[in-house]
Design a protein around this ligand. Sequence first.
Ligand code: 7PM
Length: 260
Amino acid sequence: MGIVNVTPDSFSDGGRFASSSAAIEQAYRLMEEGADLLDVGGESSRPGALPVGVEEELRRVLPVIEALRDCNVPISVDTCKAEVMRAAISAGAAMINDIDALQGEGAMAAVADSGAAVCLMHKQGTAQTMQLAPGYRDVVADVAAFLAGRVEAAEAAGIGRERITVDPGFGFGKTLEHNIALLRQLDRFQALGVPVLAGLSRKSMLGRLAGIEQAEARVHASIAAAILAVQRGARIIRVHDVKATREALRILEAIEGNHD
Ligand code: 7PM
């Protein structure tokens, strides 16, 4: 899964067209690099980030989904808002990536009323507060229990298991130690019976472990993390660096079997 961020370039005079065309170019680049799925996001889930309104989020993501709908790569949309989910699915999105795990107002119904797939992600707290004091009894058990509950709720709402993936949400209300435990024991999430998605690309846990300040310089650390995640059963890896990740996965596949 290649990451396509649609962020407004407030200092360019190119306006809306510039930000959506930059995102579309990025999407084509990632498809050429071998992405099987693209994750289009118009709201920053960065810890401490200010929320974006529905209208603004739609203005960012819809032109990108519409431009990509006839490509052969399915489009996921990173959003927590039911209105954005419905509009995105109507515009051709095949999947909703919800860091709120469909707990928001109307979100469960928006996906249930469609044929779209969904990624249910765990996070503790809100974007504003989640990194202040993360706490768990047993991080792997607690996150797995939360995700099991969300899978159950989604199924009860009419979303078939074949449409569901789960994600432990690396960096979302977790200390470095929590993130390490989750990656080390990622195989335990396979017991949930749905594919596991892992998002580790360029994250600060990797920066801290490898001593790399700049996010863009964390490519090699991200590759190592992606390989570790796939070895522990992850089926979808959310990454910025598709080409490098695919090259590394080809080696893993040659040695351990088909992870393509
Ligand atoms: C700043 C901090 C900017 C963190 C962006 C982020 C995930 C996700 C994100 C993930 C799923 C990033 C994150 N992370 N969706 N959205 N899983 N499903 O590093 O781990 O891209 S945003």
